[in-house]
Design a protein around this ligand. Structure first.
Ligand code: CA
Length: 223
């Protein structure tokens, strides 16, 4: 879970949207007051803090977070406008983990978020992302992206792809796929697997060829 404090609604919504489309759960708040209320319910893995806020500003919120034993270890990224505000933050070594200047590009933004989560060891365990080239699976969200675009899959197609991705480099037999995805007491034929692989390849477009047929054995996604 990532919290974002930003009073400008458009930016707040963009940030939450960007995080969610990259597989993170995120919540936006318009003030420190709202943030504190939610911190009592659940501590996030990361907080994004705007500086210019009505009431308590981002710097004050940051120092309050860093002075509390409960919230001290939550990494913080300051989101600042270019110019004076940014210089001010850089000038004060205030304990933030990183700074992002507005306006920012989506890719850069996510890369910074990921880097901080990785560096601080806060990568959400529930936040499994399986990746192979341009193919990404957000396991919790049941979302599949090819080159950043969402692909709609049926539940079985999703499970099949996930199982292949979890076992990259390993050839999985039709029986094993059938057992894992459809359940061992499933009364169907191994042909079911072939049919699903075919539609899965079509839906994945450019990434379809990642699923290799291993003649006489089954399927594999290479590593
Ligand atoms: Ca603001």
């Amino acid at each position: 879970m990532i919290y974002c404090v930003e009073d400008e609604r458009n930016i707040r919504e963009l940030i939450v949207y960007t995080l969610e489309s990259s597989g993170y759960s995120a919540r936006g708040f318009e003030s420190g007051k709202e943030l504190y209320k939610n911190l009592e319910q659940k501590l996030p893995e990361l907080i994004l803090l705007d500086i210019m806020l009505p009431g308590e500003d981002g710097m004050e919120i940051l120092s309050r977070l860093k002075n509390s034993e409960v919230t001290r270890d939550i990494p913080v990224i300051m989101v600042t406008a270019k110019g004076a505000e940014y210089d001010k933050v850089l000038g004060l070594d205030c304990g933030a983990d990183d700074y992002i200047t507005k306006p920012f590009g989506m890719m850069e933004f996510i890369a910074r978020v990921r880097a901080v989560l990785r560096r601080t060891g806060k990568e959400d365990k529930n936040q499994a992302i399986l990746e192979h080239g341009k193919l990404q699976i957000m396991v919790l969200q049941h979302q599949v992206l090819v080159d950043g675009k969402k692909i709609v899959l049926t539940l079985k197609e999703f499970e099949l792809l996930k199982y292949l991705m979890e076992n990259q480099g390993i050839v999985l037999s039709r029986d094993s796929l059938l057992g894992h995805v459809w359940g061992y007491d499933f009364d169907g034929e191994t042909r079911t697997v072939d049919v699903h692989v075919r539609t899965l390849r079509q839906k994945l477009g450019a990434c379809g060829e990642l699923i290799e047929t291993v003649r006489g054995v089954g399927y594999r996604i290479g590593d």
